[in-house]
Design a protein around this ligand. Structure first.
Ligand SMILES: N[C@@H](CCC(=O)N[C@@H](CS)C(=O)NCC(=O)O)C(=O)O
Ligand SMILES: [Fe+2]
Length: 290
């Protein structure tokens, strides 16, 4: 039996999420899970996560790890939701401590738990391995899009988060706090140093020019990425990336995503009236008596 990768796509946020099944076909991991959130109604739903739980159940798979490649700024992770419905442990890069510190300052503190040790089961860094049935997951630090970005290597598959998109889609923005286009360039070089046939699974596809959804490429094809081909130099890449970032709008779900994701997928604790709220920091306030 072979290791298998089952891709899922969350159309609303263009997010790719994966179930990976080990060679014995008994154990599984979920990578970059998603909870639905409708900002107009405040409704949270677990459609995609439930689809994944159903898949695991139907195939008699034990979920071992719930992996996130980074603190997502555009969708809510279902890590906590999945952990509460399985024996699996949540995993994220060690850089989360720094990333969380940066983002946490944007929000009212309240009675929220913020210790990363209590919010995630395992923090990983370059060279760490996680065992998973007959397979092993190897961690590569790939910062740039965020400080805490990691890639997970399983067999000849690498799950790169937002370090790379499909070759016709470019690379991720580096303008979030802790983002760094120089680091992103270096991380891409390290991924491109893997064997050419290594499969790359991305975390987003924005379907340029309305093409069908694509989630998987290879190291060989990724070298032709529109942001990286013609052996672009680091300084030319950084210039292009920063120019482009200055034109990008704030992700629609930025504030709800950060508040949930820096706490491992937990919703904000209920307020005095028993309801839960997301906070949106107000910026550009020029009149104190508005
Ligand atoms: N329009 C999307 C944009 C989300 C976004 O900014 N995605 C990040 C990754 S978390 C990115 O790198 N986007 C690159 C781009 O839009 O070119 C939204 O509002 O959710
Ligand atoms: Fe991202």
């Amino acid at each position: 039996m072979n290791l298998s990768v089952i891709p899922f796509f969350h159309q609303h946020t263009g997010t790719a999420s994966y179930i990976v099944v080990d060679q014995s076909q008994r154990y599984a991991v979920v990578i970059d899970s998603v909870l639905d959130f409708d900002s107009a109604s405040g409704e949270v739903a677990s459609t995609l996560a439930d689809e994944q739980l159903k898949y695991l159940d139907q195939h008699n798979l034990s979920l071992v790890w719930i992996l996130d490649t980074h603190i997502h700024a555009d969708h809510l992770t279902a890590a906590s939701y999945l952990a509460n419905r399985s024996q699996a442990k949540s995993v994220i890069g060690k850089g989360i401590a720094k990333t969380q510190q940066r983002f946490r300052l944007m929000f009212p503190n309240g009675n929220q738990e913020t210790s990363v040790e209590n919010l995630f089961d395992k923090l990983v860094a370059e060279g760490d391995t996680l065992s998973f049935g007959d397979n092993e997951i190897r961690v590569m630090d790939t910062p740039g899009h965020t400080d805490d970005s990691v890639s997970y290597l399983i067999g000849d598959n690498t799950f790169v988060g937002d370090t790379l998109f499909m070759p016709d889609s470019g690379t991720a923005r580096c303008d979030f706090p802790g983002g760094d286009a120089h680091k992103l360039y270096q991380s891409v070089q390290r991924i491109h140093a893997l064997p050419d046939e290594t499969k790359i699974w991305v975390c987003h596809d924005y379907q340029p020019n309305g093409r069908e959804v694509r989630m998987q490429t290879t190291v060989a094809d990724s070298k032709q990425n529109i942001h990286l081909r013609h052996q672009v130099s680091e300084s030319a890449f950084v210039h292009m990336r920063n120019e482009r970032d200055s034109t990008l709008p704030v992700p629609k779900l930025l504030y709800p995503s950060l508040q949930v994701n820096i706490r491992g997928g937990r919703l904000p604790k209920p307020s005095d009236n028993g309801k839960r709220y997301f906070a949106i920091p107000i910026s550009n306030l020029t009149h104190s008596d508005m």
